[in-house]
Design a protein around this ligand. Structure first.
Ligand SMILES: *Cc1c(COP(=O)(O)O)cnc(C)c1O
Length: 417
């Protein structure tokens, strides 16, 4: 199921007033839903001492939402300097931050080491000599290559630019030790939007296998394994939610087995983005035009600048029309924005209730990789972000972009204004 009934009801209660106050379009996030999912994840892994979720900042890089994550005890997975700085702005420090960059620049290493540093997750063996000062605790991203099949979004591991190969992994840790590292973690990230949790369990099994092998060879112990993100959400009505509780149980069994065999156990880290916030966001947009040519088009006041996933991955986002249900007269339409790109569509050949100008479309599951992926191509301005608080109030947590923002980086003498 897409958007939960509870969120739909909470949103429905405030939508008219919110549109009046803020105008459309906007992404709106549901604090109650985000907290509920966060608590469920904590519960699912509660039997594993030291479990920690590092929220993948790239999914929803808004400090107000990140503060909700921090309050639940989560850390942050960052992959760029600005993401690290954002997490530090809400007072996350050191072990609260996992820095998973790739093709890392010297400037990024400097930001990583500032302000009490972070957990450095190195993407390549060649980067070991480029770390200005080797921290005590070091992690490598493992790429199993032909040992595992990736999924559709993330692709085949052999073709993926990420990580250290199976053949390199031992010397990577050895080299890091030679440079002074004394504490270790191991990371991998193989799936994206995966609804079959067995895939994530298999990833854990694989990582524990490599950790065991390297710990025996180098006579070291690992403080943590990080199984990455990639937990999927049901974008389509016929899909089901991941059973995180069952996933937690199966992973717990694997960890216990490892402990029996080796006499020690690493902590379990996860860095979910989509699962934590995806279902708890919606894009609210207004119908401004209808067009009837070879196909019927419903034109809305948002564009793919607000939500790239349909245009980029052909992704399905469920849509409902505020105040109309699916038993009403429907027609098959493409829902489109104003960009001069034919993939600027939120839905293609979708049966939706017949709309009029001024009707409000609610596009589901935009809480992750939604606003964050937006761009300014074709003079598009990104929309505002709102937070629906648990007390029913709505707060502006990012204003909409203006033409001044669009011009802000340009250097030229305007001939007239
Ligand atoms: C994108 C990303 C994540 C989060 O992925 P989701 O599919 O949103 O859970 C986690 N870790 C890394 C390294 C990533 O690149």
């Amino acid at each position: 199921m897409p958007m939960s009934q509870a969120f739909e009801q909470r949103l429905s209660a405030v939508i008219d007033k919110t549109i009046q106050q803020f105008g459309t379009p906007f992404h709106i996030y549901d604090e109650a839903g985000i907290k509920e999912t966060g608590e469920q994840v904590k519960q699912a892994f509660a039997r594993m001492e030291g479990f920690r979720e590092y929220f993948a900042v790239k999914a929803l890089p808004n400090p107000t939402v990140m503060t909700l994550m921090k309050d639940m005890g989560f850390g942050f997975d960052c992959s760029s300097s600005p993401e690290l700085m954002l997490a530090r702005q809400i007072n996350s420090r050191g072990d609260d931050l996992m820095f998973t960059s790739n093709n890392t620049s010297p400037e990024q290493f400097l930001t990583a080491a500032e302000n009490g540093g972070c957990i450095l997750n190195l993407d390549d063996i060649s980067l070991i000599d480029k770390v200005p000062e080797m921290p005590e605790l070091i992690c490598f991203r493992y790429n199993p290559g032909p040992r595992r099949k990736g999924n559709k979004i993330i692709g085949n591991p052999v073709e993926a630019k990420y990580g250290v190969t199976h053949e390199q992994i031992e010397s990577a840790y050895q080299k890091a030790m030679d440079r002074g590292a004394t504490r270790f973690g191991m990371h991998t990230m193989l799936a994206s939007n995966e609804l079959n949790f067995e895939y994530i369990v298999e990833t854990t099994r694989m990582l524990l296998g490599v950790v065991e092998e390297i710990s025996l060879k180098l006579n070291i112990e690992f403080e943590f394994i990080n199984i990455g993100g990639g937990l999927g959400i049901p974008y389509r009505p016929e899909q089901n939610k991941i059973d995180v509780k069952a996933m937690g149980e199966e992973i717990f069994e694997l960890m216990e087995l490892f402990k029996k065999k080796n006499g020690w156990i690493p902590r379990l880290f996860m860095e979910s983005g989509r699962y934590m916030t995806g279902p708890h966001g919606a894009l609210v947009t207004k119908v401004i035009n209808h067009k009837d040519i070879y196909r019927k088009y419903v034109g809305v006041d948002a564009s793919m600048a607000a939500l790239m996933r349909p245009g980029m991955y052909d992704a399905y986002h469920h849509i409902h029309i505020h105040g109309k249900d699916e038993t009403m007269d429907t027609e098959v339409v493409d829902v489109v924005g104003p960009l001069c790109e034919n993939n600027d569509k939120f839905a293609v050949q979708r049966a939706l209730p017949v709309t009029r100008e001024g009707d409000i479309l609610i596009i589901h599951d935009t809480g992750a990789h939604g606003h964050a992926m937006g761009f300014n191509y074709n003079g598009q301005l990104r929309p505002q972000e709102l937070l629906l608080r648990t007390d029913g109030t709505v707060a502006l947590i990012r204003r909409k972009e203006t033409v001044e923002d669009y011009f802000a980086t340009l250097k030229f003498d305007a001939l007239s204004v």
